[in-house]
Design a binder for this molecule. Structure first.
Ligand code: HPA
Length: 270
């Protein structure tokens, strides 16, 4: 496994000249960040040795190397979801590659259902903690000792420093941000009313189908993480309505300019 990760990292180092310190997973709601990237090189996933290929609607599969406000970044346009049938190792493979390329900070975004009754559809939440409800863990199996310890600490999954910086930026830009706990589930079904209720009772503020595996693997390798979530639908009793993937995409697209602003400014400080 480690050889495959090294092979991919070496290929990417040879294919383009930048040495980014920040990696970004352009999940739902962050697609617009591409416009803020001065692109040096794009590489479709299918041209990258050992990379899985993404299939889900609304996600293109390519790596983007470029700069945001002068800072070199490596961005994934299109991520791999567990519900697509990829293994946890495949879902998190690009994060492993990022680490071997010298990336120290991982920024992720996603769409989610709101569990906290104070949240409205269209709100943006900084993820300050998460719960892994995937029913599995990407670190199960032989530990890659070269990359991290067998029993990784998870006391600060999302960097307090980056959260403070993002809150500062939001204040200056008059953007309202929530802050809370993201519950990660396998999907692909959205939650039943009983499941939304349960995730609220156990302490969740939002629920979605990504991010947790990538952040677990990033923390295993001691990468600093920052995550944001767009609330695209409500899981609050009395407010639950039928939803579709298309609606999720539409709400996320509407929140995109605010999300983009915060992340672009944040990257500039790293
Ligand atoms: N549940 C799970 N994942 C989601 C949701 C949701 O309500 N909305 C967007 N992604």
């Amino acid at each position: 496994m480690i050889e495959r990760i090294k092979e991919t990292a070496d290929f990417l180092k040879k294919t383009q000249p930048l040495q980014p310190k920040t990696g970004i997973i352009l999940g739902t709601g962050l697609g617009g960040l591409v416009k803020e990237i001065t692109i040096e090189k794009t590489i479709p996933y299918h041209q990258i040795p050992n990379f899985p290929v993404s299939t889900v609607e609304g996600h293109q599969g390519q790596l983007i190397f470029g700069t945001i406000k002068g800072k070199p970044v490596m961005a994934m346009q299109g991520r791999f979801h567990f519900y697509e049938g990829y293994t946890m190792q495949e879902v998190t493979f690009p994060v492993r590659v990022m680490k071997l390329m010298g990336i120290e900070t991982l920024i992720v975004s996603n769409a989610s259902g709101g569990l906290n009754p104070d949240y409205k559809v269209g709100d943006i939440m900084i993820i300050n903690d998460h719960m892994n409800m995937f029913g599995t863990n990407p670190l199960i199996g032989k530990n890659m000792n070269e990359l991290g310890t067998r029993f990784p600490d998870m006391s600060e999954p999302y960097s307090h420093e980056l959260i403070a910086k993002a809150l500062d930026i939001a204040k200056k830009e008059s953007i309202e941000l929530k802050q809370g706990v993201y519950v990660g589930t396998a999907g692909p079904t959205f939650e039943t009313p009983a499941e939304y209720k349960y995730f609220r009772i156990i302490g969740g503020d939002t629920v979605g189908m990504s991010t947790v595996p990538e952040v677990i693997v990033a923390r295993h390798m001691n990468m600093t993480c920052f995550g944001v979530s767009i609330i695209t639908d409500s899981g609050v009793p009395g407010h639950i309505v039928e939803i579709s993937h298309e609606e999720v995409q539409q709400v996320a697209a509407a929140a995109e300019p605010k999300m983009t602003k915060i992340i672009a400014e944040l990257v500039a400080t790293i």
